[in-house]
Design a protein around this ligand. Structure first.
Ligand SMILES: *[C@@H]1O[C@H](CO)[C@@H](O)[C@H](O)[C@H]1NC(C)=O
Ligand SMILES: *[C@@H]1O[C@H](CO)[C@@H](O)[C@H](O)[C@H]1NC(C)=O
Ligand SMILES: *[C@@H]1O[C@H](CO)[C@@H](O)[C@H](O)[C@H]1NC(C)=O
Ligand SMILES: *[C@@H]1O[C@H](CO)[C@@H](O)[C@H](O)[C@H]1NC(C)=O
Ligand SMILES: *[C@@H]1O[C@H](CO)[C@@H](O)[C@H](O)[C@H]1NC(C)=O
Ligand SMILES: *[C@@H]1O[C@H](CO)[C@@H](O)[C@H](O)[C@H]1NC(C)=O
Ligand SMILES: *[C@@H]1O[C@H](CO)[C@@H](O)[C@H](O)[C@H]1NC(C)=O
Ligand SMILES: *[C@@H]1O[C@H](CO)[C@@H](O)[C@H](O)[C@H]1NC(C)=O
Ligand SMILES: *[C@@H]1O[C@H](CO)[C@@H](O)[C@H](O)[C@H]1NC(C)=O
Ligand SMILES: *[C@@H]1O[C@H](CO)[C@@H](O)[C@H](O)[C@H]1NC(C)=O
Ligand SMILES: *[C@@H]1O[C@H](CO)[C@@H](O)[C@H](O)[C@H]1NC(C)=O
Length: 592
C-alpha cells in the first residue's frame, strides 16, 4: 500500500505537470484539432520486455505493432494480442492517475516488490503507462524489483533486456483504430467548476467483432482514462456526460463523422465504425424534431389480425461451406412458417437436417445473434462464419434481421476476415464464389415439427409510462415452439432468445405472469394482459393456463387490472400443474 501511495505521488506530480501544460495552452488559443489524413492508419513497431530475473522468467524484446498515436497502455494491449501468453498483465485503474500495473506474466506486486518501468536506455520512466506516447522503435522494460523506501531513487536498469535478440510476434495486429475528438464549442457557459478538457484525435483500439461507436465509447474509460471519461445512457445508447460536462439546456453531446462532416445519430449503436474513422463529439444544440420524433410519434401503431387457417409454410435452403479446413454441405432444404427470420430458419433447418446443420451463437440485446459455431467449427483468430445470400452477396446485417421469403438460400462460409489494408479501404467482403452457389439440393430427413404462434405487443395505455424506456409495439411476431411445450408460458420463456430484437419479457415465475414487456413494467393499476386475437377473449394473466395450438394469435395489452379477476383461478391443482410445467420448461430450456 505504502508503495502504491509513493508511486501515486510520482505519477501525480507528472500528471499535475501535464495538466498545467494543457491549461497554459488552452487559455492562450482556441481549441484547434485538424482532421487526420485519410487512408490506412500508420503503424509503428515497438518492443516490450518482462524481466523477472529476481525469482521467475525473463522474456526480452517482444516485438509488436500498434497504430501511431498509441500510449504504452495501448501498446500493452497490442503486445498481449500479438505475443499471447508471453506477455500478459493486470492493472488497477485510478480515474485520476490512470493504470497501475499489478501483475505481469502471472507475477503480482507484493511485499515491497513491484513492476518498475524503464525505457529502452534503462532509465526509469517518471510517469505511468497511460502518459507515455509511443514512437516507432520504442522499447519498454518491465522489471520486477524491490522498492527500498530509504533510498527511493530507482537505479538505472542494467539487466539482460537491454541487449537481447528480438522475439517476433506470432500474430498480426488485429485491433482496428478510431480517433475521437471532444470539441469545446458551446461549453463556455457550462464548463466552470468541471474538469472539462477537450481532446484531439485520441486513438481508441477496438475489436473488429464489436465495431459500433457504442462499443468503442464503452472502452474509453478503461483504455484512455486520462483523456476521455464518458457516461452512457444504456437505455437509448446516447452519451450523457463527456469529460465532466452533462447534456443540459437544450445542448447534448452529438457525434459527427469528421471525414464527411455529417452528423451521426445520438444513438451510438447505429454507427458502425471502420478502421481509421474519425469521430468528433460536439456539445450541440438538440434539434428535437429531426431525430427523436422520427419513428416514435409519426405513425399510429396498427396491427391487423392474420387470416385464420393453416399457417403458410415456405421452403428455403441453407449451406455450410467450410472448404477452408473442413466439411462443406450445400443447399440443405427445409420448411419454415412464413414470417420467420434467418435465426428461426436456422432452428428449423437444424430440426429437419439434424447433424448436417448444427450451430451455436451468442445473443446481444441490440444486435441479436452472433453465430460462433457451425457444424462444430468455431470462429477463431480472424476466422468467422460469414453469411451470404443465394447470389453470393454478403449480408449487411445479422441473422435476426433477415426475413425469409419462399425459395431463399443462405450460405454460411467459414473464412478469414482480412485486417484493413489500403487496397481494400472499405473492408468489403468479396462476393462468395464457392461450391454452394450451384449445388444439388439435399432434401430434409424430417418434416417441420415446430408449431407457430404470433405475438402482438400493443401500445394502448402506454403513453404515460413509456418515456425513458425503449418501448416499441410489435405486430404478429412469429414464435416457433415445440409441440411438447404448448403453453403460453413456455412460449414467452422462448422469446428473449428467439426474437431478441422484437420482444424482451420478464416473467414472474411465482405466479407465471408477465412483469415487464419491452421495458414497460406493470404499474399504476395496469398490467400486461394476454388476449386471444381470433376470439377477442381476455386470457388469464397466469400464462401457464393457456394452451396454444398451431397458428394461435396472442395480443398483450397494457390493461387496467380488475382485482377480482384472478382470485378464483388458482386452485391447488392448477398450482401443482404450473409448478410441473415450470420445472419441465426450465429443464427444456437448459436442454435446448
Ligand atoms: C513465446 O516466446 C517463445 C520464444 O521465446 C516462442 O517460441 C513462443 O512461441 C512464444 N509463445 C507465444 C504464445 O507467443
Ligand atoms: C516469486 O514468484 C512468485 C510467482 O512465481 C510470486 O507469487 C512471488 O510473490 C514472488 N516473490 C518475490 C519475493 O518476488
Ligand atoms: C535500502 O537502502 C539503504 C540505503 O541505501 C541501504 O543501506 C539498505 O541496505 C537498503 N535495503 C535493502 C533491503 O536493500
Ligand atoms: C541513468 O543513466 C543516465 C544516462 O544514461 C544518467 O544521466 C543518470 O544519471 C542515470 N541515473 C541513475 C539513477 O543512475
Ligand atoms: C428500461 O427503462 C428504464 C427506465 O424506465 C431504463 O433505466 C433502462 O435502462 C431500460 N432498459 C432497457 C434494456 O431498455
Ligand atoms: C446428411 O446429408 C447426407 C447427404 O449429404 C445424407 O446422406 C445424410 O442422411 C444427412 N444426415 C442427416 C442426419 O440428415
Ligand atoms: C480448422 O478446423 C477445426 C475444426 O475442425 C477448428 O477447430 C479450427 O479452428 C480450424 N482452424 C482454422 C485456422 O480455421
Ligand atoms: C489487401 O487487400 C487486397 C484486396 O482484398 C488483397 O488482394 C491483398 O492481398 C491484401 N494485402 C494484404 C497485405 O493483406
Ligand atoms: C458482388 O456482386 C454484385 C452483383 O452480383 C456486384 O454488384 C457487387 O459489386 C459485387 N461485390 C463485390 C464486393 O465484389
Ligand atoms: C435518452 O434517455 C434519457 C433518459 O434516460 C433522455 O434524457 C434523453 O433525452 C434520451 N436521449 C435521446 C437522444 O433520446
Ligand atoms: C404475481 O406475483 C407478484 C409478486 O410476486 C404480484 O405483484 C402480482 O400481483 C401477481 N400477479 C397476479 C396476477 O397474481
Amino acid at each position: 500500500m505504502t508503495l502504491l501511495m509513493k508511486l501515486m505521488t510520482v505519477a501525480c506530480i507528472a500528471f499535475i505537470f501535464s495538466i498545467g501544460c494543457v491549461h497554459g495552452h488552452d487559455g492562450a488559443h482556441a481549441f484547434e484539432c485538424e482532421a487526420l489524413p485519410g487512408g490506412e492508419v500508420p503503424k509503428i513497431t515497438n518492443f516490450i520486455s518482462a524481466d523477472n530475473s529476481i525469482n521467475g522468467t525473463t522474456i526480452c524484446m517482444m516485438q509488436y505493432e500498434v497504430p501511431q498515436g498509441a500510449n504504452l497502455w495501448q501498446g500493452m494491449i497490442a503486445a498481449n494480442q500479438q505475443q499471447g501468453d508471453n506477455f500478459t498483465y493486470m492493472a488497477n485503474l485510478n480515474s485520476e492517475y490512470g493504470h497501475f500495473i499489478t501483475t505481469i506474466n502471472g507475477v503480482t506486486a507484493a511485499d515491497g516488490y513491484f513492476w518498475a518501468i524503464f525505457d529502452g536506455e534503462g532509465i526509469a520512466t517518471p510517469v505511468g503507462v497511460d502518459a507515455l506516447v509511443l514512437e516507432d522503435g520504442d522499447s519498454y522494460i518491465f522489471n520486477y524489483m524491490y522498492y527500498n523506501a530509504s533510498s527511493p531513487t530507482i537505479a538505472n536498469y542494467t539487466g539482460p533486456c537491454l541487449n537481447a535478440p528480438v522475439i517476433p510476434a506470432n500474430m498480426p495486429l488485429t485491433y482496428l483504430s478510431t480517433f475521437i475528438t471532444v470539441a469545446d464549442d458551446n461549453t463556455d457557459n457550462v464548463k466552470a467548476g468541471t474538469n472539462f478538457e477537450p481532446v484531439c484525435n485520441q486513438l481508441v483500439l477496438f475489436d473488429q467483432s464489436q465495431p459500433s461507436l457504442y462499443d468503442v465509447m464503452m472502452l474509453v474509460n478503461n483504455q484512455i482514462p486520462l483523456d476521455i471519461r464518458v457516461t452512457l445512457d444504456t437505455s437509448n445508447m446516447t452519451v450523457m456526460t463527456l469529460n465532466d460536462i452533462t447534456n443540459q439546456g437544450g445542448y447534448a453531446w452529438t457525434p459527427f463523422n469528421v471525414k464527411t462532416n455529417m452528423k451521426l445519430p445520438r444513438d451510438l449503436s447505429m454507427t458502425q465504425l471502420s478502421d481509421g474513422d474519425q469521430i468528433r463529439f460536439v456539445f450541440a444544440e438538440v434539434n428535437d424534431e429531426a431525430e427523436v420524433n422520427d419513428d416514435d410519434e409519426g405513425d399510429e401503431f396498427e396491427c391487423e389480425a392474420l387470416p385464420g387457417g393453416e399457417v403458410p409454410k415456405i421452403t428455403n435452403f441453407i449451406s455450410a461451406d467450410n472448404s477452408f479446413n473442413g466439411t462443406t454441405i450445400c443447399m440443405m432444404q427445409y420448411e419454415v412458417p412464413q414470417g420467420a427470420n434467418l435465426w428461426q430458419g436456422m432452428m428449423a433447418a437444424s430440426q429437419q437436417q439434424g447433424d448436417n446443420f448444427t450451430y451455436m451463437a451468442t445473443v446481444h440485446p441490440i444486435y441479436g445473434h452472433f453465430i460462433t459455431t457451425i457444424n462444430g467449427v468455431t470462429g477463431a483468430a480472424g476466422y468467422f462464419w460469414a453469411i451470404f445470400d443465394g447470389e453470393g452477396i454478403a449480408t449487411p446485417v445479422g441473422v435476426d434481421w433477415l426475413v425469409l421469403e419462399d425459395g431463399d438460400s443462405y450460405i454460411f462460409n467459414y473464412m478469414y476476415a482480412p485486417p484493413y489494408n489500403a487496397s481494400n479501404p472499405d473492408h468489403v467482403i468479396a462476393n462468395y464464389t464457392g461450391p454452394c452457389l450451384n449445388a444439388p439440393v439435399i432434401s430434409a430427413n424430417m418434416p417441420l415439427t415446430y408449431l407457430s404462434t404470433f405475438i402482438t405487443v400493443a401500445d394502448d395505455n402506454t403513453e404515460n409510462v413509456k418515456a425513458g424506456t425503449n418501448f416499441e409495439p410489435v405486430c404478429n411476431q412469429l414464435v416457433l415452439f415445440d409441440q411438447s411445450q404448448p403453453s403460453l408460458y413456455d412460449v414467452m420463456m422462448l422469446v428473449n432468445m428467439q426474437i431478441p430484437l422484437d420482444i424482451r419479457v420478464t416473467v414472474d415465475t411465482s405466479n407465471m405472469t408477465v412483469m415487464t414487456l419491452n421495458n414497460i413494467t406493470n404499474q399504476g393499476g395496469y398490467a400486461w394482459t394476454p388476449f386471444n386475437v381470433k376470439t377477442n377473449m381476455k386470457l388469464p394473466r397466469d400464462l401457464s393456463m393457456t394452451q396454444l395450438s398451431d397458428g394461435d394469435q396472442i395480443r398483450f395489452d397494457f390493461a387496467e387490472v380488475e382485482d377480482d379477476e384472478d382470485d378464483d383461478m388458482s386452485s391447488g391443482v392448477e398450482t401443482t400443474m404450473s409448478v410441473i410445467l415450470l420445472l419441465s420448461s426450465v429443464f427444456m430450456a437448459f436442454f435446448i
